[in-house]
Design a protein around this ligand. Structure first.
Ligand code: HEC
Length: 217
């Protein structure tokens, strides 16, 4: 009987195909669960217990968020600090905070911010990337936007700007008035603050090194 090579044996190829398909399916199922776990939103309890989540819970709006260099990872990461008042309160409940974020998310879709801005990698680059806009020093105590809008906190200054962007043109490009109401503006600021707390693996690149994206200050 002639000696038959394993390479020309049909059963070898059938078995290999079965094993590879089986292995790939298990890997994909595992990756799906792993990704879901990574991108699922944390809770208020996680924040209180210092459990780090890529997407922190809605009550992160009750805390100070900073952007700090992580030497190991080689880029800046959002760091949740101590309590910080947001529109006068630092005790927004999980339900209240989630409702604000929801309103902001709906507002961002209704007014199509992505037409001009980028949010979490989606959108346009006509206007500044909004992923980390909350951390833009222009809105902080050393920036110029609080004085310009006549407000004494970051959140109030951004909310005022969103309602009347055409009154505060700081760039060659002006954001048009989108008829955003006060309530919508508060929701949008909550949405922006929460988005800035999401660990986006350093995206957008070099944001922390840009001094005041909005007006260079
Ligand atoms: C038609 C284009 C356009 C749309 C739509 C638009 N914006 Fe803007 N936005 C701009 C421009 C241009 C600027 C820069 C303004 C300046 O520098 O004065 C800006 C600036 C901003 C800033 C300041 C950014 C920073 O880095 O500090 C925020 C916050 C902002 N927009 C939020 C929003 C939100 C929220 C929406 C949706 C509800 C929105 N924008 C929709 C054009 C737009």
């Amino acid at each position: 009987m002639a000696n038959k090579s394993v390479w020309s044996d049909n059963r070898f190829w059938q078995r290999s195909a079965t094993w590879i398909t089986g292995f790939a399916s298990i890997l994909l199922i595992w990756l799906t669960f792993d990704t879901s776990a990574q991108i699922s939103m944390g809770t208020d309890e996680d924040i209180q217990n210092g459990v780090k989540k890529k997407v922190p819970g809605a009550t992160v709006i009750n805390y100070r968020i900073t952007y700090e260099m992580d030497a190991k990872r080689g880029h800046e990461v959002p760091v949740i600090g101590g309590k910080e008042k947001f529109f006068g309160r630092d005790d927004w409940s999980e339900e209240e905070a989630a409702a604000m974020l929801h309103l902001g998310k709906l507002g961002s879709q209704a007014k199509n911010c992505m037409d001009c801005h980028t949010l979490l990698g989606n959108g346009a680059y006509y206007a500044p990337d909004l992923t980390k806009a909350w951390l833009d020093p222009a809105w902080g105590p050393d920036g110029s936007m609080q004085a310009m809008t006549g407000k004494s906190t970051k959140e109030e200054a951004i909310a005022e700007f969103l309602q009347h962007p055409d009154q505060y043109p700081t760039h060659a490009r002006m954001m048009p008035n989108l008829n955003i109401t006060e309530k919508e503006a508060i929701g949008l600021v909550a949405f922006l603050k929460h988005m800035s707390s999401i660990d986006t693996n350093g995206f957008p690149r070099n944001f922390g090194k840009i001094k005041g994206a909005i007006n260079g200050k």
